[in-house]
Design a protein around this ligand. Structure first.
Ligand SMILES: NC(=O)c1ccc[n+]([C@@H]2O[C@H](COP(=O)([O-])OP(=O)(O)OC[C@H]3O[C@@H](n4cnc5c(N)ncnc54)[C@H](OP(=O)(O)O)[C@@H]3O)[C@@H](O)[C@H]2O)c1
Length: 337
């Protein structure tokens, strides 16, 4: 582009082939099919980030058949800014495709000052969703999650708030995130009694964090609830990005991030061994890490992040090879345990 570029602003028209290559999986025992890969807006969509890059990522995602966009009240920074930026992009590019999109938001972490801007009270959840809808310029979200369990609020109140939100038409489905198996079971029973469609548990799951295998996936199967796995690339560690050190601009190099360079260094030898195995399989490490998660039947979708549209294009190719031999699974097991 040069300073006299006269090409103008192009309107977005989605790729007409967008549904031809993506795989869609049913989530739990529900009517909803999710793309095997979904895109999250936790990082790279705040006011600190260039909006044109975020717009490019979301256009690329939808063009690839990724119909599920995941947000939360506190994504940014600053809090709320990812939803606000999403609202701008949605209005320009996606408003005509609203019925083809499955949009999520959440509340549960600290959001505004005082006693009503955090955790799991009805007061907080209802107000937070109203704020989120306003920021995104939406009438409803497809799914609203309670973002983390609240040890002090009765679960009946929190789940009751989710039920009321569905009855008010502000969310079509509900989910929970970061709940342990026992809490998940209790939530499922309450929501079942309230006749609310509880279809997803959003849980951290990657080769470097396997807590869901210790009871959660079984609990979800028993209750007909699907799993969407977040941070499947362990925030970028399960890619080839850190194999030769920490690149400038990567998540681990930034101060406003939950991934630090020590964590990367501590995992480096495992990363290198996994990277070698991925290359032997003819895949990138990111692709192998995603395929490894999708081997679990409860996982309807892996929820990735991306700082560029090229990363997303690379990651989606994971779906071209989801098979593992028992020897490969054993090698992975030996590296990661
Ligand atoms: N429910 C919850 O409590 C919770 C918590 C966390 C996340 N989430 C959700 O899960 C989503 C994904 O989380 P995440 O961003 O941690 O996921 P992730 O997929 O594990 O990590 C994404 C990061 O990895 C790097 N990356 C991705 N693809 C790459 C590739 N092909 N090559 C090299 N580097 C690559 C990029 O970081 P660089 O910036 O270094 O390029 C990217 O931002 C979030 O956006 C959010 O929607 C939910």
């Amino acid at each position: 582009m040069n300073i006299n570029d006269k090409s103008g602003v192009e309107r977005y028209a989605a790729n007409s082939d967008r549904y031809n290559s993506m795989t869609y999986n049913r989530t739990g025992k529900s009517g909803i099919l999710l793309p095997a890969m979904s895109i999250g807006l936790w990082h790279n969509f705040g006011f600190v980030d260039p909006i044109q890059n975020g717009r490019d990522i979301l256009r690329t995602a939808f063009d690839l058949g990724i119909t599920h966009f995941d947000l939360a009240n506190n994504y940014g920074p600053p809090y709320g800014s990812a939803e606000e930026n999403f609202g701008i992009i949605f209005k320009k590019d996606f408003a005509n495709y609203r019925d083809e999109l499955f949009i999520a938001t959440k509340a549960g972490f600290d959001m505004w000052p005082g006693p009503y801007g955090n955790w799991g009270s009805k007061k907080y959840l209802v107000a937070s969703l109203d704020q989120s809808l306003q920021r995104m310029g939406l009438d409803y979200v497809d799914i609203f999650y309670h973002h983390r369990p609240d040890p002090d609020t009765p679960l009946e109140e929190t789940m009751g708030a989710l039920a009321d939100i569905v009855r008010q038409g502000k969310a079509l489905y509900v989910g929970i995130s970061n709940y342990q198996p026992k809490e998940t079971q209790q939530a499922a029973e309450i929501l079942k009694a309230l006749k609310v469609p509880f279809i997803l548990h959003q849980a951290r799951y990657s080769m470097f964090d396997r807590w869901v295998e210790d009871g959660l996936l079984d609990t979800l199967s028993e209750n007909g609830v699907g799993c969407i796995a977040f941070s499947p690339l362990a925030q970028g560690m399960l890619t080839d990005k850190y194999v030769n050190g920490i690149p400038e601009g990567s998540r681990a190099s930034k101060s406003l991030s939950y991934l630090n360079s020590d964590t990367v260094s501590n995992n480096l030898s495992r990363i290198q061994s996994l990277n070698n195995l991925a290359l032997e399989r003819g895949q990138k490490l990111s692709q192998m890490a995603i395929a490894w998660i999708l081997r679990q039947p409860q996982v309807a979708s892996v929820l990735v992040g991306a700082s560029s549209s090229n990363q997303l294009k690379e990651n989606v190719k994971a779906l071209d090879n989801l098979e593992f031999s028992s020897e490969e699974l054993k090698v992975i097991e030996d590296i990661i345990t």
